[in-house]
Design a protein around this ligand. Structure first.
Ligand code: ADP
Length: 476
């Protein structure tokens, strides 16, 4: 089975969030299941410069406003097709955001080009290569199922769309219909229209053969008005085609026994050496309570304003906080102010190596998200014995076994969950965390449970492979 994965980011080459981790790790995990993956990516400078032995396999005289070519090559163990289109992707600043922190104004066209290229490949434009399945990730690849459905590959090449976060819908004005190559007759509520605008994500949700999201609980949540962000009705209608498949983590990159980015780790004893090093790095002294860590985008979704409110509970109990993140200026400022407390350390920025040191040295990882499709940092926490304290939502609900008398008695508990997602409930969870931390036997039992919890790709890659196989049987 030949899979073409269509993604706007892919670890370790270019990453802003969990989507990149999935796009980067899934191809290798699928190989043992008989699925061979090629990944098509926009040719951002970082991607082009990483590409080994690039070869031009296709050319476009005009791809959304300029000439472009498709390069085939490999990088970081991935078999890549890269769209070399300088007018779209040769830019500084971010892959989605310009220097002013706003979306690049031509983002609809930049990612429509990714989808168009995927459609052309589905239609056999790369000599000697024919994908059976085109697997599209998020709104940036949302138009691919639409373009394919309106092309001669319709029915022959099957499409899957994975929702990594329904909050990002790729909205643009109806005046761009023509430039995006969308037929006016498809601009309806049953097509690509979202309340008077065009939604690339909705196009994918309407036209892909199968839909997936990144956890079973998020799949259920998406079908409710509270979480579906206006697309819950569509998803209820497509319930039979929607499945939640949990993300795994890349256990070659995230493995406490072999991690080159941390000091030493012989689990679980190595925790104390890493903790000490982390405290020093953040200017924190030794303390009686747990060292809690956070690695996150600082946005409303992540619920970190609740943590600011609940923080006094942790600090009063002798706990500490070390946070790495960046995002909304108001939250960045608030955490910088919180860092005036000697038991709080804050780093604003994006730092892959530091994120490993935080997970390795933290006693607990906090994820108080208001919604969380899957979440990855709690999975890293499980693997490295940094017990997750998470909101009861989405993938957080599916991956953490909360400490209750019953789960403790059966040596199952791996962390703490709180609900509702409020500062009060988080405060109570932090209080409970401190109680558990003060009981070393219970604590190390939970750490062992956490570290034994499977967080890799085995089960989920098998689920994707089963989905692909079912689809290829249906192909006409
Ligand atoms: P989301 O995709 O919503 O941002 P996830 O938890 O699914 O959230 O994935 C976030 C990924 O990005 C994780 O791999 C996390 O470690 C990483 N990450 C987030 N913020 C930072 C940061 N400031 N520095 C380093 N890595 C970060």
């Amino acid at each position: 089975m030949q899979i073409l994965s269509v993604a706007s980011e892919c670890a370790p080459l270019v990453k802003t969030g969990g989507l990149a981790d999935v796009a980067g790790a899934l191809p290798a995990a699928l190989t043992p299941h008989g699925a061979t993956t090629r990944t098509i990516l926009p040719g951002y400078p970082a991607v082009k410069s990483a590409l080994n032995a690039p070869e031009t396999v296709m050319e476009w005289p005009d791809l959304f406003g300029g000439t472009a070519r498709l390069l085939a090559g490999d990088a970081a163990g991935l078999d890549l097709l890269v769209i070399d289109a300088p007018h779209l992707y040769d830019r500084g600043a971010g892959i989605y955001l310009a220097e002013d922190g706003k979306d690049w104004p031509d983002n609809p066209e930049r990612f429509a080009a990714l989808s168009r290229a995927a459609c052309d490949i589905a239609n056999g434009c790369v000599s000697g290569y024919q994908p059976d399945i085109v697997h599209c990730h998020d709104w940036q690849a949302g138009l691919a199922p639409y373009y394919i459905a309106r092309s001669s590959a319709a029915g022959r090449v099957k499409t899957v769309l994975t929702i990594h976060n329904i909050a990002f819908q790729g909205l643009t004005g109806a005046e761009r219909l023509g430039s995006l190559g969308i037929d006016l007759q498809d601009f309806t509520a049953d097509g690509v229209e979202y309340y008077g605008r065009v939604s690339a994500l909705k196009a994918g949700l309407q036209f892909a053969d199968k839909l997936t999201t990144v956890s079973p609980t998020y799949a259920e949540e998406l079908m409710t008005p509270d979480f579906g962000m206006g697309l819950d009705g569509l998803l209820r209608a497509r319930r039979a085609d929607l499945v939640g498949i949990l993300n795994g983590i890349d256990e070659t990159a995230w493995n406490p026994e072999t991690d080159q980015l941390i000091h030493t780790y012989k689990a679980p004893r190595g925790k104390s050496a890493n903790k000490r090093a982390l405290q020093e790095e953040f200017g924190l002294s030794e303390a009686d309570g747990p060292l809690c860590v956070v690695i996150s985008r600082l946005t409303d979704q992540k619920g970190l304003d609740l943590l600011l409110e609940a923080l006094p509970t942790l600090l009063e109990r002798g706990g500490q906080l070390a946070l790495l993140g960046s995002g909304e200026p108001g939250l960045e400022e608030a955490f910088k102010r919180a860092a005036h407390d000697p038991n709080v350390g804050v780093r604003i920025g994006y730092d892959e190596a530091l994120s490993h040191r935080l997970i390795a040295g933290g006693d607990a990882i906090l994820v108080p998200s208001r919604f969380e499709p899957c979440g990855l940092t709690q999975l890293y926490g499980l693997k490295y014995g940094a017990l997750p304290v998470v909101a009861l939502t989405g993938g957080l609900a599916d991956t953490v076994i909360p400490a209750t008398p019953a789960t403790m008695a059966r040596t199952l508990a791996t962390g703490l969950q709180f609900f509702p997602v409020s500062a009060g409930a988080l405060s109570n969870a932090l209080d409970k965390l401190c109680d558990l931390f003060s009981q070393p036997k219970r604590w190390s039992k939970m750490q062992r449970n956490a570290m034994a919890h499977p967080v890799g790709w085995d089960v989920s890659a098998a689920a994707y492979a089963t989905l692909y196989k079912g689809l290829s049987k249906e192909a006409s």
